[in-house]
Write a protein that binds this ligand. Structure first.
Ligand code: WQD
Length: 342
């Protein structure tokens, strides 16, 4: 009998890639998504890759009755991976209440429902944003949170604290927070990938849309940072490597391998790359020239961050396998496919 895993936000970018890896690892996947920032057609891609179409229900996790009904129909859920959340930093500054409601209230309601339905295990989608601009690099899990730069980042900090306190109060609950650095790229099949709604805020989708002629020109936000070429530095991680870490985290919970019932891990490559380096790799591996120009810094951006991955490497026995070339190649292949099917 396959163990059933609920993936909230499972038609989203990281959720869909994780659903694929869970199915490949022998799990049964059920998905809840409100489709506010994704499309139901993503299920076709998951089915084409794996041969399995996950059970899907469309509703807002803040709809308690819908959640109770769903969990009543799936009494054999062994763990939940909770991706469902709003994630646009800039939008969160404009609409903080939407972010606190969607990201915090839904987590609280999910945790309450887990207790009512005896589901002990949850993997939470967190972010390196919780660190702000670290004083020292690489950043480890022991690095204290800085005051969040945005309501979005605050919802990730608060989310982790809610999980920590809930795990203290309810010892039967087991939780792992995974702090993503910068997820990029797409599945090698080019059947699933990132589908930003509207004008992309993130670098790589803006690069691919510029290369595709959808955007006129990429603006590089700043070239006066304290980095090798002056542009800002991040730790870009292939979304498939990130997805595989979620499967390992679920296995850790199901096998009771945790050292404590609340753990958190950095998921990065441990290597920092600048914006201009990313552009160079993208142009080189895809044999094209990108139209970009350097402009002022983007307000709220940090200068540089990259992960110390020791804890995830050792405790999870997980390492990234895909390099920046594959990140940029797969991102472009995906963009070309969605262009064709637009
Ligand atoms: C990366 C770098 C920009 C766009 C955010 C969230 C984080 C996570 C990833 C969810 C920065 C530069 C970008 C552009 C540019 N999201 N840039 N021109 O800001 O590091 O992180 O997304 O978990 O939580 O905070 O990612 O891709 O927006 O920017 O020069 O058109 O690219 O200044 O240096 P960021 P990003």
């Amino acid at each position: 009998m396959k163990e059933k895993i609920l993936v909230t936000g499972g038609t989203g970018y990281i959720g869909s890639h994780t659903a694929v890896e869970l199915i490949h690892s022998g799990y049964e996947v059920v998905i809840i998504d409100d489709l506010s920032n994704s499309q139901q057609e993503v299920l076709d891609g998951i089915e084409k890759i794996t041969g399995t179409r996950p059970v899907f229900a469309q509703f807002d996790l803040c709809d308690e009755a819908a959640l109770a009904a769903f969990l009543g129909q799936h009494r054999d859920i062994k763990a939940i991976i909770h991706f469902a959340a709003s994630k646009a930093v800039g939008e969160s500054v404009q609409k903080p209440l939407l972010y606190y409601k969607n990201n915090i209230l839904s987590l609280i309601l999910l945790l309450e429902a887990m207790q009512r339905h005896d589901i002990p295990n949850i993997v939470f989608s967190s972010s390196c944003t919780v660190y702000g601009q670290p004083d020292t690099l690489p950043v480890t899990e022991a690095t204290p949170f800085k005051p969040a730069e945005s309501p979005y980042g605050n919802t990730k900090q608060i989310g982790e604290e809610i999980l920590r306190d809930n795990c203290r109060a309810v010892p039967a609950t087991q939780a792992i927070s995974l702090r993503y650095f910068n997820p990029v790229g797409a599945h090698a099949s080019a059947l699933i990938g990132e589908l930003p709604q509207g004008v992309p805020g993130n670098l790589v989708p803006f690069i691919t849309q510029t290369a595709a002629g959808i955007r006129q020109q990429l603006l590089v936000f700043g070239k006066d940072y304290d980095t090798p070429d002056g542009s800002a530095m991040r730790d870009y991680i292939h979304v498939v490597d990130l997805a595989k870490a979620h499967v390992i985290a679920v296995q850790r919970l199901l096998k009771g391998q945790q050292k404590s019932n609340y753990e958190f891990f950095n998921l990065g490559t441990g290597k920092g790359l600048t914006v201009l380096e990313i552009i160079e790799v993208f142009e080189r591996v895809n044999n094209l020239k990108l139209n970009y120009k350097v402009v002022d810094r983007r307000p709220g951006d940090i200068e540089k961050i990259y992960a110390d991955t020791t804890l995830a490497n050792e405790a999870l026995q997980w390492r990234t396998e895909l390099g920046v070339e594959e990140m940029m190649r797969s991102a472009w292949q995906w963009q070309q496919r969605i262009l064709k099917h637009a």
